[in-house]
Each structure stands twice: as C-alpha cells, then as structure tokens.
Design a protein around this ligand. Structure first.
Ligand code: BG6
Length: 475
C-alpha cells in the first residue's frame, strides 16, 4: 500500500503579479496583468490599452510582497513549509520582453527571495510564465500568435535557468496553459497568451496557433533547462476541472469525452510530445492550416515534461446539445452539477473529483503529479480581537486532502507535493478582488485598495501547521 513520499513537498502557492506589487520598481516593465482593472463576481476585469489614469489596477500594489517577502517567508516557515511555489515576473528580467540583456536588479530580487526560502529549507517551485507576459509583446508582436515570441521566451527561460540553477530544482513552464481552451473568453486568451482578437479573426484558430507556439517554447525550454542542470525537474501546469457527463445517456458521455479532449490535449502534447489524432483531424476538418513545422514536431517530441503540475478547484458537467457536429464550447456547454455545492463565486466544490483527476492523469500519462493549486476563495470576517475563524476553508481543504491521500495510498498515484493556492491573501486573478481570500495568513487590504497591509494568522494557519507536522496524518 502506498503512502505520501517522505520528502513530500508541503507548501503554498502564489504568483508574482498577484502579490509582489512594486509594478515599476527597479526597472520592471508593464505586464499584461498591469493593464487589468478590478472586477467582482458580477463584472469581468477590464483590459485597458496600456495603463490609463483614473482606473483601479489592483496588481500594481498587490500585497507589497516585493518589500515584505522576508517576514512572509518567516510565517511560511513557521507553518512548516517544505516548498514555496511562486513565479518569476518576466517583466522584472526583460521589461519589454525583446531585449538581449537582462535587468540585473530584477535578477537580484529573485536571488534574494530564493535565498530567503532556502534559509528555512523551503524549496522554491517556480513557474516561468504565470499570466504575466510583457505588455510590449502584446502591442508590438500580437502576443503568442507571433512565432518570434518563442525565441523571446526561451531567452528568458535560459537566463533564469542559468542564474538560479543552484537554487531552484522544480520548475513549470506555462501556468494553466489550457484555460484558453475557452477561446471565447477574452480574459483567458489575454492572460494565457496576450491575445486580443480582432473582428476578422477566428478566435479558436488563433488560440490553436498561439498554444502551439507556447508548447514549442515549453518543449525547447525543457531541453535547455536539462542541458544547464540535468537534475532540474521541469513540469507543465494544467488547470484540471474534470468534466462529467450530466447523465449516462451515451450522447452525454461522448460529449463529456470530447470536452475532456478539448481541455486536456495540451497535457498530451506536454507529456507525450505529440498531438492527439482527434485534434489533428479536427484542425484539418476546419481548414485551419496552422503554422506547425517538422522542426516544431521534433521539438515537441524532444521536450516532454518530468511531471504534471496541476491546479484543482472544482469539477464541471456537460450534456449533449443535439448538434450534428461533436464539438465542445466551454462558454456555452457547461451545466450545473446537481450533486455538488458551489462557492459564493459559483465554483463547484467536489473533493471526490480530485481523486478522479489524479487517477485520470495517472492513467493517461504515467508521470509523477504535483498539486500546485487547490483552495477555497471566501470572504473572511475579522473578529474584534483580530482572530479569523475560517472553518469553511479548513473544511474544504481537509476534504480534498482525504481524497488526495486515497489517490496516493489506495490508487498508487505518485504525488510530489501539495501547495494550496494563495497561502497568503492576494489579488484574485479572475476578479481582481482582495475579498476573495484563500490564505492561511490574512492581509489587511480591501477591494478599494484601503488597509494597512498588516499580516495576521487565521485559524487555518494552525491547522495546516499540524497537517504538515504529521505529514498529513492528522487532518
Ligand atoms: C488559478 C490561477 O486559475 O486559480 C491563479 O493559476 C488564480 O492565478 C487561482 O488566482 C484562483 O483563481 P481566482 O480567480 O479566484 O484568483
């Protein structure tokens, strides 16, 4: 019977643009997240043409981690973290993205940050691109629809691989690369790939082209990274929301199968090094004539990943809509699952889905897995004495950990670690809110930007400390 690895990487996860702030400090350039305004549960975040006066851009300040990271990492160490997942803001290293020489001040910041982690034996787990490509690459090159961006990305990757080769062992290339399967979502296309779709473009075709260039860039980066340090472990990062058929009706089952294919073919390319047959056929049938060269296909085959990093928050459900063509359109084809509840933001809560997802990945790819995001976004209430009783968060995490352990102990999944999302409160990627909180550590900052930025421990802080101390025995 299996058990959690002895060196299981318990920790927490964040992304540079959601907490660092200091958006113009020490030579940093403007990233795509710097032109995104605040939204809420009913209103999408806006994307402005550059940084304009009079708008609220919550990522500009974040939670000021850039200046406060030492004290925050001390709190992570107090919880017993063995790992800390963050990303490197591309724009701190190459402010515009197309420079030849890196920005030394940006490189120094991450040296200091990683040193601070290592001081406490906390392993940095680093995502190269987490929703934060240089905005200049959007305005001048059209984002990832442009093949030239592959070279800019691999230059960035090589620079940071070389610089941190003795400090960082665990890497991931593109965060939640498969969100853009929802190609009707302006948010997904912009955050994943810096794409703004024009009136005469087919968004699905543009997405497939951009995703192809990203997958080639990822594969090239894996190869470069291994040459720099063969001990690197480089993974992909997939947003896993299993899509169930609403009923046992065969057409619903087939629809759900196509939905899974449409959302997860990205993992096929990362892990198998080639496109799945259904997608090649689909692209042919659509006459997409994508720019995919033989050299690209060789790169994909040579740059497969070492492990599957994935986020898990929720599951989806779908059903047949009677269309003649078998096609899944994420914006229109999802239906509520009557068997699960949802958060205030409509995210369906499904702990069993995590076990299902881990088995699904294992059956398809036979690679180690790493849960690099999981968590419960909720409004927290600060009591008069400053305490925060977030039992709902503990409840969510506990139920997911029970299923995670079943997948390892009963089903034999090889799991590297668990880094729940937003271990310290930070700016929500989807809404730009602070009030959608995930942290074990509360940050006194409100949606309107007010607050002292002071940190305090929630009840979940002590619960997670105990979980780590007992290597997941005491939940
Ligand atoms: C994932 C992202 O989609 O989910 C994170 O990798 C994000 O960047 C997290 O913050 C939670 O989503 P949200 O919209 O609640 O912040």
């Amino acid at each position: 019977m299996g058990q959690l690895r002895k060196n299981f990487l318990w920790g927490g996860a964040v992304a540079a643009h959601q907490l660092e702030g200091a958006w113009q400090a020490d030579g940093k350039g403007v990233s795509v997240s710097d032109v995104m305004t605040a939204g809420d549960v009913d209103h999408q975040r806006g994307i402005t043409d550059g940084v304009l006066p009079g708008y609220n851009y919550p990522n500009h300040e974040g939670i000021d981690f850039y200046h406060r990271y030492a004290a925050d990492i001390k709190l992570f160490a107090e919880m017993g973290f063995k790992s800390f997942r963050t990303s490197i803001a591309w724009t701190r290293i190459f402010p515009n993205g197309d420079e030849t020489e890196p920005n030394e001040a940006g490189l120094q910041f991450y040296d200091d940050l990683f040193d601070e982690c290592l001081k406490y034996d906390i392993q940095p787990v680093v995502t190269l691109s987490h929703f934060e490509m240089p905005y200049h690459l959007v305005t001048e090159y059209g984002g990832w629809r442009n093949r030239q961006v592959i070279g800019f990305f691999t230059h960035f990757a090589e620079t940071v691989f070389k610089r941190y080769q003795h400090k960082v062992k665990y890497w991931m290339t593109f965060n939640e690369i498969n969100n853009q399967a929802n190609y009707h979502s302006q948010f997904s296309l912009f955050t994943n790939s810096g794409l703004k779709i024009t009136a005469d473009e087919n968004p699905e075709k543009v997405m497939y082209q951009a995703a192809h260039y990203e997958l080639v860039a990822s594969a090239q980066a894996v190869k470069i990274g291994k040459q720099i340090n063969p001990d690197f472990e480089i993974g992909c990062m997939i947003a896993m929301c299993p899509i169930y058929p609403l009923t046992a009706k065969p057409e619903d089952v087939l629809k759900a199968e196509r939905a899974m294919q449409t959302r997860y073919w990205f993992a096929d390319v990362h892990c198998h090094g080639r496109y799945p047959e259904w997608l090649l056929q689909y692209q042919t049938n659509q006459n997409y004539n994508l720019d995919i060269t033989d050299a690209d296909l060789a790169d994909l085959a040579a740059g497969t990943v070492d492990y599957i990093g994935f986020s898990y928050y929720m599951s989806f459900a779908t059903k047949d809509n009677g269309a003649a063509e078998l096609h899944y359109d994420e914006e229109h084809d999802l239906v509520p699952n009557p068997y699960v509840e949802a958060s205030e933001w409509g995210w369906q809560i499904d702990p069993v889905g995590l076990r299902y997802a881990m088995n699904w990945f294992n059956d398809h790819y036979h690679l180690p897995e790493f849960i690099v995001e999981n968590g419960f976004g909720a409004v927290d209430q600060v009591e008069a004495d400053g305490s925060i009783h977030d039992s709902y968060r503990v409840d969510y995490l506990r139920k997911h950990l029970v299923q995670m352990k079943k997948a390892v102990i009963e089903d034999g999944v090889d799991l590297m670690g668990y880094t729940p999302w937003g271990c310290i409160d930070l700016v929500s990627a989807g809404t730009g809110q602070m009030s959608k909180r995930y942290g074990f550590i509360y940050v006194d900052k409100q949606d309107d930007g007010s607050g002292t930025l002071a940190r305090s421990k929630k009840d979940s802080f002590y619960w997670y400390q105990k979980v780590i101390k007992t290597n997941g025995q005491d939940l």
